[in-house]
Design a protein around this ligand. Structure first.
Ligand code: PHE
Length: 341
């Protein structure tokens, strides 16, 4: 009987040696440690042995069982390791290969231009005030001193909705009224950026949708000198310290007096070139002292308060800076254009 156990042990260990994957290992376990394995039969039949034989055979049988179980566990671990290594080798990474470049997004040129403007005015203490794009006729025109049928309305060709009182704002100036009504009677220093819409022929210079940045300062002793200082300081920050500015008289119903600000052409330095159409000057923005009627409509007493306002087209400024020839490029989403910024 003891010999038979030796034999069982030897045969099982040899077979285990040959098992080369987990499937073979499992088959081995069933054959040599399973319920009908030869070893189990011997152990199961211990009861039939004589009292003298039983202890020695039992002891040896259990020792063989332990030996086989240990060998099985060791083999299982070795196979698991080998399989892991094989899997790792199959999915090997060469960490020394150069990475694939990721196409990074970038900010839109209109956004970049807006942010330059925000930064400069933020440094001068102007906060950003957001105002709606869908407006009423009252805010876009009437409260800005343009009653119905006022001829100046023709300067702002308008997109109407089915409700003739609800329109798309043609400029950011209605935001002046919103800001004043919110902050009255406190002093105000805000810029109001946002999209505007005009029912116009689309050309290289004019789109039906474009950004404006409005500015508004209201306080107890705000003067035209403050306006000039603020806007020429802005121009120097944006175009360079040496740039000269000039103010030309103009007219807007919501400012009095009104002006246009020009900057010296930064392409030719004022000598005259195609960009400035040989004038040496580039028109940048409209501005003026807030009209007393507009101050009153905003809730401020014009005998106590005064203010200045301005409005500029940031895309036009970006076009001048980068010699962009057509305003339509901004919203055509042509990657060849957008990737240049
Ligand atoms: N709203 C004017 C326009 O669209 C610009 C402007 C704003 C002028 C504020 C004066 C003061 O042309």
């Amino acid at each position: 009987m003891l010999e038979k156990l030796d034999q069982i042990e030897r045969a099982a260990l040899t077979a285990l040696e040959a098992a080369s994957d987990t499937a073979a290992l499992e088959a081995w376990r069933v054959a040599h440690l399973g319920r009908s394995a030869p070893l189990m039969t011997v152990l199961g039949d211990l009861g039939r042995l004589s009292k003298e034989e039983r202890p020695a055979i039992g002891k040896r049988g259990n020792a063989v069982k332990r030996r086989l179980e240990e060998a099985y566990a060791a083999k299982a671990e070795r196979l698991r390791q080998a399989e892991l290594e094989r899997a790792m080798r199959a999915g090997a990474l060469d960490v020394t290969l150069p990475g694939r470049p990721v196409a990074r997004g970038r900010l839109h040129p209109a956004t970049l231009g807006l942010r330059d403007i925000y930064t400069i005015f933020a440094d001068m203490g102007f906060q950003i005030y957001r105002s709606r794009e869908v407006e009423t006729d009252a805010y876009n025109f009437e409260l800005l001193n343009m009653p119905p049928h006022h001829p100046a309305r023709d300067n702002w060709d308008t997109f109407y909705t089915t409700n003739p009182n609800v329109i798309l704002r043609t400029h950011t100036s209605p935001g002046q009224i919103h800001a004043m009504r919110q902050f009255c009677p406190e002093p105000i220093r805000v810029i109001l950026p946002g999209m505007c819409y005009r029912y116009e022929q689309i050309t290289a210079r004019a789109d039906i949708q474009f950004y404006q940045v409005e500015g508004l300062a209201v306080g107890h002793r705000v003067t035209f000198t403050d306006l000039k200082g603020t806007l020429s300081g802005f121009a120097r920050r944006l175009f360079g310290q040496q740039v000269r500015t000039r103010f030309r008289a103009d007219h807007f119903p919501f400012t009095e007096p009104s002006a246009e600000m020009d900057v010296e052409c930064f392409v030719c330095g004022g000598k005259g070139c195609p960009v400035c159409k040989q004038t040496g000057w580039l028109e940048i923005l409209g501005c003026g002292m807030v009209h007393p009627t507009v101050l009153r409509n905003g809730g401020y007493d014009p005998t106590v308060f005064s203010g200045f306002a301005f409005g500029m087209g940031p895309q036009r400024i970006t076009m001048l800076k980068h010699r962009i020839e057509d305003i339509r490029y901004f919203f055509q989403n042509d990657m060849r254009f957008l990737e240049q910024f």
